[in-house]
Design a protein around this ligand. Structure first.
Ligand code: SAM
Length: 349
């Protein structure tokens, strides 16, 4: 590697010669972790300040200089230039809760990322897989508990990628299932930036699987639909055809825990049998998973008694009737350290 010593600096720092002509790109330099960022208060910087710091080689050398001066010794830091000059966003599905349900590709990309922007439902154990010096930003987003508005999150993503970073944008479940992937991908495309969508295991399929409910099954169901409960019956400007959905063999409702009464009564009024088996699965795939089963008519009362926490999905159809015999998952046997939702609840907003 070509290196040169900066003559104008008051400290000794070896950098590859190409770095002087590089753009707003830097990678974690070898020895960077020896600099003691905690002493610099770097960990206390806001993510915007961190972004600015990371923009440009001279910001980096300034940090190195400061660290060298503070520690009063030559740290012999070598700054290496990134192999690629452009940033890229990876819109990664983190899976439904249990951390090891992320895909191998998703995990590999997360481990290499410079920046991690993660949502509310992403397991802390996954965030912990990021490189120690990766910038980590919790952007929130849960029912009634938004940390940042979607536009702000999208802007942040675009800014980090434009600055040359590889950004892992971690979303619960699959990014394309009610995950705002379109807004983020459109903004990246409009800015001429590269992105990749890394599919994930959606709770729409994982929750039924972990409750022993197949979403299709010969003789019971040949089709399923996934719908958001935010578009609850009666909502003004709703595009959701609840009358048509009443006749889909297996209906899976996300974000509907607070509107189960309305959904059940609407489906019955639209012609679905009141005796149709139905279930709500809360905190699926984790040690806190709970399942409540009832008929479509009785589900609201059964839920009221059970007082289940979010996140939860509702599933309606004859396939639910198969479930009791197929229940295979024993939440209490989930290994220590996999308590995703217990830890998520402690996340500060
Ligand atoms: C904003 S949507 C995102 C869905 C996500 N992209 C996916 O594919 O699972 C959030 C909803 O997903 C459902 N959900 C996510 N994780 C869940 C889990 N572990 N158990 C039950 N429902 C879950 C809930 O209905 C929750 O309100």
């Amino acid at each position: 590697m070509l290196t040169q010593r900066r003559k104008d600096a008051k400290f000794s720092l070896e950098v590859p010669i190409e770095s002087f002509v590089s753009e707003n790109i830097w990678d974690a330099p070898h020895g960077f972790d020896k600099l003691g960022f905690d002493k610099l208060g770097f960990d206390k910087l806001s993510h915007r300040a961190a972004l600015q710091f990371s923009q440009g080689f001279f910001a980096l050398t300034k940090l190195c200089a400061l660290a060298s001066l503070r520690q009063n010794r030559n740290l012999g830091v070598t700054v290496t230039r990134r192999q690629t000059l452009s940033g890229k966003a990876y819109l990664i599905g983190a899976g439904p809760g249990r951390p090891d349900l992320i895909t191998v590709r998703g995990l590999n990309l997360l481990r290499q990322a410079d920046v991690v922007l993660y949502d509310w439902l992403v397991a802390p154990q996954l965030v912990a897989q990021a490189r120690p010096n990766a910038i980590q930003v919790f952007v929130g987003k849960a029912h009634d508990r938004h940390k940042l508005e979607q536009d702000t999150i999208t802007d942040l993503l675009v800014e980090y990628v434009r600055a040359g970073h590889h950004v892992a944008r971690l979303k619960g479940g699959d990014p394309s299932v009610f995950g705002h992937v379109a807004e983020e991908a459109q903004a990246l495309a409009a800015a001429g930036l590269e992105f990749e969508i890394v599919p994930g295991v959606s709770s729409a399929l994982a929750a039924p699987a972990y409750a022993g409910i197949p979403v299709t099954s010969r003789g019971y169901s040949t089709a399923f639909a996934v719908v958001t409960g935010h578009e609850a019956p009666g909502k003004a400007d709703s595009n959701t055809e609840w009358n048509a959905l009443a006749h889909i063999p297996t209906l899976i409702v996300l974000m509907g825990l607070h509107r189960v009464d309305l959904v059940c009564t609407t489906l019955i009024a639209a012609g679905r049998a009141a005796s149709t088996p139905a279930a709500v699965i809360s905190r699926a795939t984790t040690r806190e998973q709970r399942v409540v089963r009832a008929t479509l008519a009785d589900l609201p009362a059964a839920l009221h008694a059970a007082n289940l926490p979010t996140p939860a999905i509702l599933i309606i159809g004859e396939v639910v009737g198969l479930g009791a015999a197929l229940e295979w998952f024993v939440p209490s046997l989930v290994e220590e350290g996999f308590e995703a939702f217990e830890q998520i609840e402690q996340r500060e907003l």
